[in-house]
Design a protein around this ligand. Structure first.
Ligand code: SF4
Length: 307
C-alpha cells in the first residue's frame, strides 16, 4: 500500500512539475502538434508518458507524435519502440538513418563521436519535424541536465549559461521545448522503474560517456546528499538573475550609473557583507504534501562560511 501511495504521489508530482514548466514558458498551445523525441532512454519515455497524461486533461487540444531516430548502431533493438508505441496507441514515426557509419568513417579512432553524431541527429530531427508538420519539438532534458550544463559552461566555456526550457532552433524554423525542465533526474529514474519502460541502453555506439559531464553529475549528486536544498537553490537561482550584481556590461549599464539621491529600502549597503539564506546542511529530509522534496530548512549564515 505504501509503495502504491508513494508511486501515486510521484505521478502527481511529475504531472505538476511538467505542467508548471509548460505553463511558465507557454510551451504548448491550442492546436500544437508536438513531436516528442524518443531515444529509448528513461527521460524520453518519462516525458512521453507524462505528456500523454496531461494531454488527456489539458484545457487545450494538442497532438503528440513520438519520433525515434534509428541511427543503425549495431545491436539496436529496432522492434522495442514500435511495439511499445503500438501497444500505447500513440502516433509515431521511426526515422531510419545510418549516422553511425558516417560518424565511424569520419571521426578518427579514439576520438569522441558525440559532437558530429548530435549535429547529424539535430539536422535529421529538424527535417522530420518539418515533414510531419510539427509545431513544437519536445526534448527530454531534466533539471539535472540543465544544472550540469550550467556548471560545464562556467568551468569550461567561461559563460554563465544553462540550457533553455524553450528556444528557437539554430535554423530559425522550429520551437524546441523541454517540458521536463523542472523535474529532478531521480524522479525520472524512479518513474522508469514504476512504469517498467523497455529501456534501450545508450552505449550501443561504443562512445565514451562524456567524462566531464559525468563528473559534474556526481558533484551535484554528492551535494544533494550532503546539503539538502543546495541543488534546488541552484536551480531557483536560474530564475532569479540579478544583472546589476554580475559583470556583463551588455546586461547592465554600469558605465552610465549615477547616484539617484533617492533612498531605496532594498538597495545595497555596499560596505556590509550581505547575510544570505541557505539550506541547512544537516536538515533531515522531510516529505512535502505530495511526498516531494522537502522545502529546505533555512538559516542565516555568514557569507564567508565554509561551503
Ligand atoms: S553517445 Fe553515441 S549516440 Fe550518443 S551522441 Fe555520442 S556518439 Fe551519438
Amino acid at each position: 500500500m505504501d509503495i502504491e501511495r508513494e508511486n501515486h504521489k510521484l505521478e502527481k508530482r511529475l504531472c505538476r512539475e511538467v505542467g508548471r514548466a509548460i505553463t511558465d514558458h507557454n510551451m504548448i498551445e491550442e492546436g500544437d502538434r508536438v513531436m516528442v523525441c524518443l531515444s529509448g532512454g528513461k527521460d524520453s519515455y518519462g516525458m512521453l508518458d507524462i505528456l500523454l497524461k496531461l494531454q488527456a486533461r489539458a484545457p487545450v487540444n494538442f497532438e503528440l507524435i513520438a519520433v525515434n531516430l534509428d541511427q543503425k548502431q549495431p545491436g539496436f533493438p529496432e522492434h522495442v519502440l514500435p511495439e511499445y508505441l503500438t501497444k500505447l496507441g500513440v502516433k509515431f514515426h521511426i526515422e531510419n538513418q545510418d549516422t553511425y557509419s558516417i560518424v565511424k568513417r569520419v571521426i578518427p579512432e579514439g576520438k569522441t563521436l558525440c559532437s558530429l553524431c548530435s549535429r547529424l541527429r539535430r539536422g535529421i530531427l529538424y527535417r522530420v519535424a518539418s515533414e510531419l508538420g510539427a509545431t513544437k519539438i519536445a526534448l527530454g532534458h531534466h533539471r539535472d541536465d540543465i544544472l550540469q550544463t550550467l556548471l560545464l559552461n562556467m568551468f569550461f566555456g567561461a559563460k554563465l549559461k544553462g540550457m533553455p526550457a524553450k528556444l528557437v532552433s539554430d535554423d530559425g524554423r522550429h520551437v524546441v521545448i523541454r517540458p521536463m525542465a523542472y523535474v529532478p533526474e531521480k524522479d525520472l529514474s524512479r518513474w522508469a522503474e514504476v512504469r517498467q519502460f523497455p529501456i534501450i541502453p545508450c552505449t550501443l555506439c561504443g562512445s565514451q560517456e562524456n567524462l566531464q559531464r559525468k563528473q559534474v553529475g556526481n558533484l551535484l549528486r554528492e551535494w544533494e546528499q550532503k546539503f539538502p536544498g543546495r541543488v534546488e537553490n541552484m536551480f531557483s537561482a536560474l530564475q532569479n538573475v540579478v544583472p546589476s550584481h554580475l559583470m556583463d556590461r551588455s546586461l547592465f549599464p554600469f558605465e552610465t550609473l549615477r547616484a539617484t539621491g533617492v533612498p531605496d529600502a532594498d538597495g545595497d549597503k555596499a560596505f556590509d557583507d550581505e547575510p544570505f539564506t541557505a539550506a541547512t546542511p544537516t536538515a533531515a529530509p522531510r516529505a512535502d504534501a505530495d511526498g516531494g522534496n522537502p522545502a529546505p530548512t533555512r538559516t542565516v549564515i555568514p557569507i564567508a562560511a565554509d561551503l
